[in-house]
Design a protein around this ligand. Structure first.
Ligand code: MG
Length: 159
């Protein structure tokens, strides 16, 4: 399933190294010596979790169905227009941020607001693509990976 998920993300224009760049961006202020390799390892560990894979498969399936105009109305219009009153995309993504504790939620809120790098690109909705769920899923994976790094660097967690 890991392979299916990473292939699906790639088809939708997102690679794990791009998500790792987001992690580095939000964590380098706290850990100046943090490397992109360490960030990528964190992202990879998050994407290997079953509940994370389920969230990605669910959200991306809805994005793709909306692009193909296959959702029933009024859901079709809501998802296709990324209606700001629609919060289910964020709720699905929250099942990802939960996997490494509450720091994930803080990081997710920050990424949802600032939309750096690939998250901002996804949010542009260029060329008729629908990324209503994907931008939140990517922010959540980055937030969870950042939390994992933060936890692993607390000395008490290492013994
Ligand atoms: Mg969204």
């Amino acid at each position: 399933m890991y392979k299916a998920v990473t292939n699906l993300l790639a088809e939708r224009g997102v690679t794990l190294p791009q998500i790792a760049e987001v992690v580095l961006e939000i964590q380098k202020g706290y850990y100046p010596e943090l490397t992109i390799e360490e960030c990528l390892a964190g992202v990879d560990a998050v994407v290997r979790k079953r509940e994370v894979q389920h969230a990605i498969l669910t959200g991306v399936a809805l994005d793709v169905a909306a692009e193909k105009k296959q959702l029933p109305e009024p859901l079709q219009s809501i998802v296709a227009s990324d209606d700001f009153l629609f919060g289910v995309d964020e709720i699905v993504a929250l099942s990802i941020t939960n996997v490494y504790g509450s720091i994930g939620l803080t990081n997710f809120g920050y990424l949802d607001k600032t939309k750096p790098l690939i998250i901002g690109k996804l949010n542009d909705h260029k060329g008729g693509a629908c990324h209503t769920f994907l931008d939140d899923l990517v922010a959540a994976v980055a937030a969870a990976a950042a939390s994992k790094i933060a936890h692993s660097r607390r000395p008490m967690d290492n013994d």
